[in-house]
Ligand binder design. Sequence first.
Ligand code: ADP
Length: 545
Amino acid sequence: MTMMNTPLTMRVLMERGPLYAADTEIVSKTRAGIHRYTYADMGRRAKQLANALAKLGVKQGDRVATLAWNSYRHLEIYYAVPCMGAVLHTLNLRLSAEHLAYIINHAEDSVICVDDELLPLLERIGDQLTGVKHFIVMSGVAGSGGQFTTKLGPAHNYEDLIGGESTEFSWPEIDENAPMGLCYTSGTTGNPKGAMYTHRSNYLHTVTQCMTDSMGVSGADTVMAVVPMFHANAWGLPYSGCTVGFKQVFPGPTMDGASICQLLQDEKVTFTAGVPTIWMGVKAELEANPGKYDLSNLRAMTCGGSAPPRALIDWFETTLNLEFVQAWGMTETSPLGSVARLKAKMKDWPRDKQLDVKQRCGVIAPGLEVRVADINGNEIAHDGAAMGKLLVRGPWITSEYYKADAPERFPDGWFDTGDIATMDAEGYLAIADRDKDVIKSGGEWISSVDLENAIMAVPGVAEAAVIGVNHIRWQERPLACVVLKPGAEVTHAQINEHLVTKAGIAKWWLPDEIAFVEAIPKTSVGKFDKKVIREQYKDKVLTTA
Ligand code: ADP
């Protein structure tokens, strides 16, 4: 006797929302105002959509893309497309036009559902999208005449398309290893690369996400994902929402501090997730308007995508009396990789020591395995300081890139994340750098991120980006590009002095050269564009002692 081998398909989880949380609300902020309906409504409309897509010829395995902000219609597509056996390809609206065209063609998308205000993004590349058969425009109103003309040619209006369809749809039985979702990395070097999620991978990711020691979201929560549904599945929260039936709040296109604070208050949000810049905007809004917002319902704020500053973590926990939880993940890891929560024994630790833990990105999620390997492939010391390549494996880690060969990223059945990490004695990871950014100085590694943060804390410094440049003896040494605040006068020697005496930076980490510049080149998402900086200094050879 063994146990049943029922397939781990998303239908089993997704239909729980309409079944067991039928009257729980799904709230979306749109340009036109607040839209409210229930899981029951959402489930019916998802089935109408499935009927409509089937009539357009969408079959199992076909790619249906979305170019959309977080909203209820996007959720309906999240539900209908995988459950009918097709593949949901979320297009990252922050990609360059060139990369957007590349991924649509590479994925062979046959249908694209696009928010009306994002239509111009697609129209710009329309002539390159030869394989797309149908464009479905999601606009606020029904009744625009079924089909209408855009610069892309004829397009369907979402509301008219689904409006006349039956609210019954019999979801097919699907193999648990069938693909259900596709997401491309943002491709800071070269073309974006795709990770193809399966029903099984996403099922296990969803269940793990709901564990208390992971994100710990439950049916008792009201959740607002400020992380986008167009990248890394909004960290999987829309799927968890349908699974446990929490109230979902979608912020739509407006993500400034004031809009977020207002929505958190009005909808009594208990759990929210976003990247550090979002929370910096919220903090600025709250500081500028003391007493304006009542955020007493908010119990947890999850933060990932890049490392949140220690002061930000401390501010939110002490000011709003909530739990600030750092997480790490990437497109290739579905994305949940690790979550930083305090263990019982840490509850009594002094605040500083607790913040040391919270500043790390957490312990690997149950179900995944991790290795942090040094230059020779040996596990590094778990002392919180030794750096190594972060390798992971598990059922929701991609085993290859979609239609792209990159064997170097998958050594011996592991995924090389490209992140450089440390692990402390308690198993908490911290991301020290990206592999391509870490400075390899005489066989030892220097974290460009740590150096940048330390330099940016020097009075008078506005911004700092650190790269490794060639060195005749040490292979690479750090060079810092520094932007000073208006009117500030700071020298290289003063910066080094501050790094050693105030920031505790080791002498051998100090930048050999500092270039005082007007501005630091940035990528489309506002990160330092180190590729451009490296290009500027590629012929430079340092000869410092
Ligand atoms: P991309 O598509 O650009 O790869 P991802 O959203 O997949 O974007 O980004 C993943 C990367 O973000 C990780 O490899 C890591 O470098 C960084 N990252 C994510 N979470 C954290 C964190 N908590 N601390 C530091 N870096 C993080």
